[in-house]
Design a protein around this ligand. Structure first.
Ligand code: ADP
Length: 326
């Protein structure tokens, strides 16, 4: 059933003098992955804890399925969560880690066995191979899978993940992110995902909420936030951006490197000198120093690419550039 699953309205939270959240509004669609993305300290974890019910806001409301749950404890919210510190039980087997919560709640032995096996398969851990292993005998990525299995074994309608893959190798992380999307499709769960890593956010999200200093500054699908950033902050935090000041200094042109075209210096328009050319496998990344700004261009491999010291003209299509005022 599509539609709004959860919503926060006017959430404000202070810790002493720190304003961690400043009147945040956000909608989380059912069966979608919504990511809170922003630099360290911008309030992402605090927001997630308030959605989970682990923290209470000073002001504002949290609504699940149209019902005010602001003061409902976490265990009554039908959520699962995984924090960066996985808090797995190191002396227990994989099976027992996942089964723990079910045993505490008095599920029958056969029901526990069925659920744990199903969920281990869902997260890509063969129960025959890994069920009896201690979690200390697993790789970091496998431990993450156990943590996700433990959160999902109650079949929560919402899964909250706080930087779950932060300390993993790049390739393991990429693999788990695509598996997370598969798990989301198979379970239909609503996921709220916290990260400071824009690449992770781009890979995993249906919707991204960009946060800065306790506020949500832009919300939208990754493509929209990338193509139409509302500020120089969003443009430079989410993807790489050329930000060129206009006269007066309050207005800036934002243009993504792949839209920049370099041409012979005899062409009209902006001019600059190539200062750096880096081969990046699929393309060249060329840095040009112009009087107004340093400008990065993505240059395809077919054809000639400029070399350091070359004088070039710099151009882009008007409809690929944005002007923001701040
Ligand atoms: P993020 O997850 O984006 O890194 P947090 O939500 O953890 O940010 O923190 C937001 C702000 O609130 C930071 O300035 C942080 O230092 C502060 N903060 C978070 N938790 C506490 C706490 N328990 N006590 C005091 N300050 C806190």
């Amino acid at each position: 059933m599509p539609g709004v699953h959860a919503e926060v309205r006017g959430i404000t939270k202070r810790y002493g003098r720190t304003l961690a959240l400043d009147s945040v509004d956000l909608v989380m669609q059912r069966g979608r992955i919504t990511t809170l993305l922003g630099p360290s300290g911008c309030g992402k974890t605090t927001m997630l804890k308030i959605i989970a019910g682990i923290e209470k806001p000073d002001k504002g409301t949290v609504v699940f399925d149209g019902r005010d749950v602001t003061f409902l404890p976490p265990e009554k919210r039908n959520i699962g969560f995984v924090f960066q510190d996985l808090a797995l039980f190191p002396h227990m087997s994989v099976f027992d880690n996942v089964a723990f919560g079910l045993r505490v709640r008095g599920y029958s032995k056969s029901e526990i066995r069925r659920r744990v096996r199903d969920i281990l398969e869902l997260v890509g851990l063969d129960p025959e191979v890994y069920g009896d292993r201690r979690v200390t005998q697993l790789s970091g990525g496998q431990q993450q899978r156990v943590a996700i299995a433990r959160a999902l074994v109650f079949e929560p309608s919402m899964l909250l993940l706080d930087e779950p893959f932060a300390h993993l190798d790049y390739k393991v992380k990429m693999r788990l992110l695509s598996e997370l999307r598969r798990i989301q499709r198979e379970t239909g769960a609503t996921i709220v995902y916290v990260t400071h890593d824009q690449e992770e956010a781009m890979l995993v999200s249906h919707t991204i909420a960009i946060m800065r200093a306790g506020r949500v500054v832009q919300v939208g699908p990754p493509e929209e936030v990338y193509e139409r950033p509302s500020s120089t902050f969003v443009a430079s935090f989410f993807g790489e951006a050329n930000i060129i000041p206009l006269e007066g200094g309050r207005r800036h042109v934002i243009v993504r490197p792949e839209y920049v075209r370099l041409g012979p210096p005899t062409n009209g328009g902006l001019k600059g000198v190539v200062v750096d050319v880096v081969f990046q496998g699929a393309f060249y990344r060329v840095e040009v120093q112009a009087p107004q700004a340093s400008i990065v261009a993505i240059v395809p491999k077919n054809g000639v690419h400029p070399r350091p010291g070359d004088r070039v003209s710099i151009a882009w299509d008007e409809d690929k550039a944005l002007v923001v005022e701040e």
